[in-house]
Ligand binder design. Structure first.
Ligand code: ATP
Length: 362
């Protein structure tokens, strides 16, 4: 059995809001799992149920084969790190870190040894006698991590722990958290709405929407084979180019059209899709200038970003963005043809611009 098992987990708040619906997951020991999704999709509620801060209204949580569903936070061997450091302002850094150990009744020599070991690990030894208010945001978050790590819990739960940091510190702390997690091997569930952070940190990403799991896969799979157009657009910077079309079946022939043009596609990829409206997706890096290409495009804007350029076009299928490593001499108004390797064209049944109406469950 997997280390952490969520089985048909549900949370309906007393006001009737169904925040989490039928969430089932199997997570292996040592994995770094990121819950990713837009605001309100149920990430925090799921994490709070793992922490014991919120009681599920349905389903079960097993950790290391033990049923944790109804346990209080203190009965679970988990460490939390939240967006707001939640340090005790009147206590020194050293006291803050020691607090959970003293609560466990450890003798002071052992407490001192563990505090000094974890402080060396997270690089805050010089701050042990300071108070949290004297530290930068990044250092306060290191203290919060040290406090969570000092007990070596069975699992870490982190809710947007980098949310309050500026861009530079976010990157440094992100690297640091991952390094520490790899070194400690402690299973971690991490919540963010930042897709880049999710891609950088996760062994596997849980993409959530509307309280449900949309996709549970490796970052590469989520990026290359998103489960649906919404995830395709949400993940990646820029998000995937999307446009609508139609799968036409003409005798034994199956092909794609978008407006008046035929869209090149891998014939095998079309065999599983019913005729009718489809949504098509292409990552910006797979579009290339190609004199034989079928997409006539007019340059609208060139963004030169140092390592690469994003070039925006108007085309018969709508606005497209192409990522190119080389500097490009195009100017707005220039026209060219664009092509792509058909292996990279993603095809979903249905028109994403007109999704079926969802019945409200609140
Ligand atoms: P965010 O990133 O904005 O925190 P999230 O994905 O973490 O969003 P949740 O905080 O889990 O989402 O909220 C899921 C849904 O549950 C939202 O519609 C939210 O308004 C609702 N919700 C959260 N807490 C409560 C509560 N205590 N009572 C009623 N509804 C709640």
């Amino acid at each position: 059995m997997s280390f952490l098992v969520l089985d048909a987990l549900e949370k309906t708040y007393p006001d009737g809001t169904k925040a989490v619906k039928d969430v089932s997951l199997e997570i292996e020991e040592g994995e770094f799992i990121v819950l990713l999704g837009p605001s309100g999709c149920g990430k925090t509620t799921t994490l709070r149920m793992l922490a014991g801060l919120e009681m599920p209204t349905g389903g079960t949580i097993l950790l290391g084969n033990q049923d944790q569903t109804r346990l209080t936070p203190s009965e679970r061997d988990v460490g939390f790190v939240f967006q707001f450091y939640a340090l005790y302002p009147h206590m020194s850094v050293s006291k803050n870190i020691a607090f959970p150990l003293e609560n466990m009744g450890l003798v002071s020599q052992e407490v001192d040894r563990l505090v000094s070991e974890v402080s060396r690990h997270v690089g805050i030894t010089e701050h042990l006698h300071h108070h949290p208010g004297q530290l930068s945001g990044g250092d306060q978050q290191r203290v919060a991590l040290a406090r969570a790590m000092v007990r070596r819990p069975k699992m870490f739960l982190m809710d947007e722990p980098l949310g309050t940091l500026d861009a530079d510190r976010r990157l440094a702390m992100r690297e640091f958290i991952r390094e520490q997690q790899i070194e400690s091997g402690i299973t971690t569930v991490y919540v963010t709405h930042d897709q880049e952070e999710a891609m950088a940190l996760a062994d596997r990403i849980v993409v959530m929407r509307g309280g449900r799991i949309d996709q549970f896969d490796t970052p590469t799979k989520v990026y290359e084979h998103p489960a649906d157009p919404l995830t395709a657009q949400f993940v990646g910077s820029p998000g995937m180019n999307l446009f609508t079309g139609e799968l036409v079946v003409d005798g034994t022939d199956r092909y794609l059209r978008s407006g008046d043009i035929t869209i090149d596609a891998d014939t095998k990829a079309l065999s599983d899709i019913a005729d009718g409206p489809v949504t098509l997706g292409l990552r910006s890096e797979y579009l290339i200038p190609d004199a034989e290409g079928t997409l006539q495009a007019e340059t609208v804007l060139v963004e030169r970003l140092g390592s690469h350029c994003n070039v925006y076009f108007d085309s018969p299928v709508g606005r497209l963005v192409m990522r190119t490593e080389s500097d490009i001499s195009h100017r707005p108004g220039d026209t060219l043809k664009l092509g792509y390797d058909t292996q990279h064209l993603r095809i979903w049944a249905g028109d994403y611009a007109r999704p079926p109406l969802e019945v409200s469950e609140t």
